[in-house]
Design a protein. Structure first.
Length: 304
């Protein structure tokens, strides 16, 4: 399960002041973000009702659609509750959430053609390799290990890759020894890879443009057999944090725009520089910003 621990709630239970963490997750169903939250008090996963409705029906007004369903079927949704979730404006609002039981009811009521695919999607994301490595990416922040990683170096990138993919790939953290390509684009030749990586490592980090250029060159090099993008985006944020006291709020960059900009970056890096410059935040130590960044980073790599 994709976890983010993004806030601490306080409850008085049996006369005792108790703290518990709210864990949230953003998953993408056919490019549609579905927010969910684990509530320790009820020991359940709860799904944002509006997001589920939007994903299933593709309605332009999921909030209105959900309100209508709830009003017409109030007896079926008596157990739905409200928990705080982060909206697109970055603020937290009390939001209608439903448990797995209500989710099943909603799937039937909407009579969506996507019901079967949605059920399979919910089941699949719990056990995929990507989900397992994403948990490791979350742990980078939670464990504090991210603060011990070398910044801007090849070794630092290897440390990130090794931590995220350890036990999942036998080449975790290892520079590739085979040539690879994607979508017809050939990444840096193995024959010159080590030499290229040394040159990239030495590139300046004294401005946003130079840092993004370094990131672009590392993407062209693609030092690992798999998992390059997911590792390198964390690497980029660490460089930005160190040199500019900023990082990227990846949730502000949609998948299509990012992929198009990166595809053109070997010839014209102005598009990705512009995208990143408009999506910077000073919340460099914020748990939710990091976790949300991981969610979107993995989303960029998905086939959805």
């Amino acid at each position: 399960m994709n976890l983010q621990e993004n806030s601490i709630s306080v409850k008085i239970l049996n006369g005792t002041l108790t703290k518990y963490k709210i864990k949230t997750s953003v998953r993408f169903f056919r490019d549609y973000p579905v927010r969910s939250v684990w509530d320790d008090e009820s020991s359940k996963w709860w799904f944002c009702a509006c997001d589920v409705v939007g994903a299933l029906t593709e309605t332009k007004n999921p909030r209105v659609y959900w309100a209508t369903l709830k009003r017409r079927n109030s007896e079926l949704f008596t157990n739905c509750k409200q928990l705080k979730l982060t909206a697109k404006d970055g603020k937290k609002y009390k939001t209608d959430v439903i448990s797995e039981n209500e989710l099943n009811i909603l799937l039937v009521i909407t009579k969506s053609k996507s019901e079967k695919i949605f059920r399979e999607w919910i089941s699949y994301i719990e056990s995929s390799l990507d989900d397992k490595s994403k948990l490791k990416a979350y742990e980078l922040f939670e464990s504090g290990i991210i603060n011990k990683i070398e910044i801007g170096t090849i070794k630092g990138l290897q440390q990130i890759h090794a931590y995220i993919f350890a036990g999942l790939y036998d080449f975790a953290g290892k520079i590739r020894t085979k040539n690879i390509s994607k979508g017809g684009f050939m990444f840096a030749s193995v024959e010159y890879l080590v030499e290229n990586l040394k040159k990239i490592e030495a590139m300046p980090e004294n401005s946003l443009a130079n840092i993004v250029k370094k990131y672009v060159e590392m993407n062209i090099a693609h030092p690992f057999m798999e998992g390059n993008g997911r590792s390198t985006r964390i690497w980029l944020d660490l460089i930005l944090k160190k040199n500019l006291s900023l990082c990227v709020d990846w949730s502000l960059i949609d998948k299509k725009s990012y992929l198009e900009a990166m595809e053109k970056s070997p010839i014209d890096d102005s598009l990705i520089i512009n995208l990143i410059s408009k999506s910077l935040t000073d919340k460099i130590n914020d748990r939710e910003t990091f976790m949300k960044g991981v969610d979107y980073s993995y989303y960029y790599e998905s086939d959805n």
